[in-house]
Each structure stands twice: as C-alpha cells, then as structure tokens.
Design a protein around this ligand. Structure first.
Ligand SMILES: Cc1cc2nc3c(=O)[nH]c(=O)nc-3n(C[C@H](O)[C@H](O)[C@H](O)COP(=O)(O)OP(=O)(O)OC[C@H]3O[C@@H](n4cnc5c(N)ncnc54)[C@H](O)[C@@H]3O)c2cc1C
Length: 297
C-alpha cells in the first residue's frame, strides 16, 4: 500500500517545527523515526496532510546526563540508549526493556520519544517511563509544559500531546538508594509486541523490607496499567514466597484486559500475575547476591 498524498516539511529549528505544527493543527503530524507512523500511513490508517520531519533539528540526538538523572531529547534513537553503558549503569530497567522493543533495525531508527508520543499500550517504553516516574517536556508555539508520565498516556494510541505540541524530551531522575528494578515480558516471538509485560521499581530498606513499589503493566489495558493492589501486597515486608504469591494473585485480579486474536483476556490476566511475581522474584536474587557479598566481606 502507498500513503495518501501529503506535503513534507523539514524544519531546522524547534521554533520552526512548532510554528508549522501550530499552522497545520489536526492536519499535521510529527515524523521522528517513522517506524510506527509510516506503516500506519502506508495502511492508510493515518493520513496526515502535512508531515513535519524533525530529523534535522540540531542537538536532540544524544542522551544527556543531568545533575539529577538523564534527559533523552526527541531524536535519541532507541538503539543509542540500549548501547549506552552509562544509561545501563543508572537505569538498567530502561536498557533491559529496550532489548524487547521490536528488532535492532527498528531500534536503529525508532526514537524513545516517538514510542512515548505514539502511546501504544502494548509498548514497553510507556510502561517503563510510568514505573520510573518520568517527566515529558512538551513545547508548542503557545509555550512549554511538563507532563508526568502518570498523566501522559490517556488511551490506546492517545497521549496528552495536543496536535500542535512537540515532545522535546523525557527526563528520568536517578533511582533512590536501595532501589531495584526488573522487567519481564511475554511475547509470542522475539521482537513482537508484548502480550503482557511488567516493569518493577522497588525500594527496600537495609533489612530487605519493601518501602516503596511501582509495578506497571503493558498489553493489558488502553494505557500502561499501574498494578496498585499488587504494589500494596509487595509493600511492608520482605519479598518472601507468600508475598510473591499475593502479588501474583492481586495483579491477576485487578487487571481487566480485552482479548484479541493474539491472546484471550483470561490468558493475559494470568500472564500479568505470573510476570509481576517473576519480576519481583528477580529482585529477590539481587538482594541475595548483595547479602552474600556482604557476608563474604
Ligand atoms: C515491525 C515492527 C515491530 C515493532 N515492535 C515494537 C515492539 O515490540 N515494542 C514497541 O514498543 N514498539 C515496537 N515498534 C514500534 C517502534 O518502537 C517505533 O520506533 C516507535 O513506536 C515509534 O518511534 P518513532 O521514532 O519511529 O516514531 P514515528 O513513527 O516517527 O512516530 C510515531 C507517532 O508519534 C508521533 N511523534 C513522534 N515523535 C514525536 C515527538 N517528538 N513529538 C510529538 N509527536 C511525536 C508521530 O507524529 C506519530 O504519531 C515496532 C515497529 C515495527 C515496524
């Protein structure tokens, strides 16, 4: 299939890009890596009259270490982040999740921000950024605003971005001391979208007691889904087998996915429970390794 006819614009500054978006409104679309937008256009499921290609905007293609964490500007490719040893050191959850996103060829072009703006509820990055409490930086001709990840994803393929707004970057703070992270996904084939996935961010004190927990699922709702019941089940004690079983049970009960041709609702519900438990189980191992090293010292 070929896309509908469209006009192509290649601004060279952010000001120019947002002025174009302001002028075209609903008829304009940002083109970043093109890995989601172009297939949709080729299938004529999207037919923007004006494409605003942001690939020539300067200084937006490298992740930046800031005083408090990491900033990923709009043109940072998924593969660049996946291959960064510094990001892996500070945000291993992001690095691990990226290895599940599509295939390397797609990650070479696809951007972190493009995946977030696309807001596919089965995508890994929206769930990960929600679990990490990321902040979206949004700019338009009307000004700038910041949107917490928890308020950014509104519905299937719908984010809080207005048609005239550009997502200029996403920021993630450093993890607090005692934080462990894990990511578990089930997909039919390597590189497919997840049937279900769970991102876990868990804070423990030095006795191993969980003092804070964020569990966010992908593939089981119209947005990333916070598993609040499972979070409560995990908090206040150590990650013992009984707590993990309670987490699995709560996650399964609190999700209400739709079935589709890839997996039934019941299968997705069971999956999210198992994945939540396994993600926390991965963290038990992390604690054990730390304990062993301390014993040996
Ligand atoms: C075969 C295949 C398999 C895939 N599998 C997966 C997978 O398993 N998991 C997964 O998460 N993704 C998957 N993807 C999607 C891939 O990760 C895309 O790269 C990503 O969703 C979009 O990033 P992009 O930079 O290519 O955005 P584009 O395709 O350029 O844009 C996507 C949407 O976001 C908007 N947009 C992009 N950037 C901005 C911005 N800065 N500001 C405002 N709006 C913006 C565009 O207007 C468009 O609506 C797959 C893609 C393909 C083709």
């Amino acid at each position: 299939m070929k896309p509908n006819r469209f006009s192509y614009h290649a601004p060279s500054t952010v000001d120019e890009a947002v002025a174009l978006l302001a002028g075209y409104g609903e008829d304009g679309k940002v083109l970043a890596g093109g890995q989601s937008l172009l297939p949709l256009m080729n299938f004529r499921m999207a037919a923007p009259e004006h494409l605003v290609d942001i690939n020539r905007l300067p200084d937006l293609d490298r992740p930046r270490r800031t005083a408090t964490g990491w900033h990923f500007p709009a043109l940072v490719r998924q593969r660049t982040v996946e291959r960064s040893a510094e990001v892996a050191r500070d945000l291993p959850l992001l690095t691990t999740a990226l290895t599940h996103v599509a295939h390397p060829q797609i990650r070479n072009r696809g951007t972190i921000c493009g995946s977030l703006a696309h807001a596919d509820p089965a995508a890994e990055l929206p769930a990960v950024m929600t679990a990490l409490g990321a902040r979206m930086h949004v700019r338009s001709a009307r000004g700038e605003r910041e949107v917490p990840a928890a308020e950014f994803f509104l519905f299937h393929l719908t984010s809080a971005l207005e048609p005239d707004e550009l997502l200029t970057g996403v920021s993630v703070d450093d993890l607090a001391a005692g934080t462990g992270t894990a990511f578990r996904e089930f997909a039919t084939r390597r590189g497919d979208f997840a049937l279900a996935a769970v991102a876990a961010v868990v804070v423990r004190d030095d006795t191993g007691t969980v003092t804070g927990c964020r569990l966010v699922a992908a593939g089981v709702g119209a947005t990333p889904v916070r598993l609040s019941g499972a979070e409560r089940a995990a908090t206040g004690g150590r990650l013992e087998p009984a707590a993990l079983a309670a987490v699995e049970d709560a996650a399964r009960r609190e999700t209400d996915p739709l079935g589709d041709l890839h997996a039934g609702a019941g299968q997705r519900r069971r999956l999210v429970g198992v994945l939540a438990r396994r993600a926390l189980d991965d963290l038990v191992d992390q604690v054990d390794r730390v304990d062993l090293r301390e014993d040996a010292a």
